[in-house]
Design a protein around this ligand. Structure first.
Ligand SMILES: Cc1cc2nc3c(=O)[nH]c(=O)nc-3n(C[C@H](O)[C@H](O)[C@H](O)COP(=O)(O)OP(=O)(O)OC[C@H]3O[C@@H](n4cnc5c(N)ncnc54)[C@H](O)[C@@H]3O)c2cc1C
Length: 319
């Protein structure tokens, strides 16, 4: 079992995540995407915009071109949740081959809470000091005792592969874990979420911090479109259609027309006289006087033209 390496991020009391190696980054995503889009798409080829486009449209394979290899050490009960992510390549420390080390997870008092009443898979509510001490004492007692028995069986020559079964799931294990960015983001999306168990969340957050450095545009796009983005079911959409006043929808459309005008102008500056016609072409309905006032206010934000157009057509599709 490894002690905390210098370049690792410490997780829980004795665990860690360390990025051993990575292949590619944002550039590798763009490079592979260009194969499918070919030449002549010079606007799309601006890296950040292309990555955001791919993420928005769930064109996922370019994200599989980036690879991450981690060295991780975690309690066995965390590893049990971790292995459910089936697309990774794993090589784990073998307790058939090597002896276990006396390394058990002992929860920090801040994370000893009651069973959640609202979420069957969660915890909530401050546990009193006495009960916390009892929990900690039990963790210690069972870990020490099981390790004592394990060591005794080992010394008596009992096969390690059998003796290990005496050890509880708060024993630490370690592995090399390799995955591609697409599936790693999927892992982080699920395991850094507030509904995931705290003990796996800290490992997921540690991996996320490496992803942010290696592929910052992809990370940003994943946050914007997947983690913080929102989809509506058919039922939810029909409620919105019934309840949203038409005037709200036309206000949004109006706002998009202004943003589109400003964004198109920023990408390719127009003569002043062409601005109002450009705005009308984007569906704007204000008078030229109102347009001039709003334009002069400097409040109009420049955004991605393609994304604004996609938003416009979504709003238009609401019946
Ligand atoms: C909060 C939370 C609670 C959970 N609770 C439970 C629980 O109570 N019990 C439980 O058993 N699990 C539980 N899980 C695990 C969960 O059901 C998934 O197994 C886990 O999150 C991995 O997700 P995945 O299959 O999408 O990921 P991966 O295994 O990484 O797969 C990625 C994607 O590849 C595809 N894929 C991979 N392998 C296959 C395959 N063999 N066949 C078809 N498609 C495949 C799927 O599209 C999948 O979404 C929980 C997970 C979370 C985050």
């Amino acid at each position: 079992m490894s002690d905390l390496p210098n370049d690792a991020i410490k997780c829980l009391d004795k665990g860690f995540v360390r990025l051993v190696d990575s292949m590619g980054g944002d550039d590798a995503i763009v490079q592979s995407a260009r194969v499918s889009y070919g030449k002549g798409t010079s606007k799309l080829s601006q890296d950040r915009g292309l990555i955001r486009y791919l993420m928005r449209h769930r064109h996922t394979t370019p994200f599989e071109m980036v690879e991450f290899k981690f060295h991780c050490k975690m309690p066995i009960f965390v590893a049990r949740q971790w292995v459910r992510h089936r697309t990774a390549n794993i090589n784990e420390y073998s307790l058939r081959y090597s002896e276990a080390r006396d390394e058990f997870y002992f929860p920090d008092p801040n994370h000893i809470e009651f069973q959640s009443a609202v979420n069957k898979q969660g915890r909530m509510g401050e546990v009193d000091k006495k009960l916390k001490q009892k929990v900690q004492a039990y963790f210690k007692e069972i870990s020490d005792r099981s390790f004592e028995i394990y060591s005794e069986l080992n010394e008596a020559g009992v096969a390690r592969e059998l003796a290990r079964a005496i050890l509880p799931v708060n024993l630490y294990t370690e592995w090399y874990w390799k995955n591609d960015l697409h599936n790693l983001l999927h892992f982080i999306g699920l395991r850094s979420d507030g509904h995931a168990q705290y003990e796996i969340r800290v490992f997921s957050d540690a991996m996320a911090s490496y992803v942010k450095k290696v592929a910052p545009f992809a990370w940003e796009a994943y946050q914007d479109y997947v983690v913080k983005g929102m989809r509506f079911s058919k039922i939810e959409q029909s409620i919105l259609e019934q309840k949203l006043p038409k005037r709200v929808l036309s206000d949004i459309q109006e706002d998009i027309s202004y943003k589109l005008t400003a964004s198109l102008h920023s990408n390719k500056p127009r003569d002043e006289k062409d601005l109002y016609p450009l705005y009308k072409k984007q569906g704007g309905s204000d008078s030229i006087e109102d347009f001039n006032l709003k334009w002069a206010s400097g409040e109009i934000e420049v955004e991605n033209v393609r994304e604004l157009r996609e938003f416009k057509s979504k709003i238009e599709s609401l019946k």
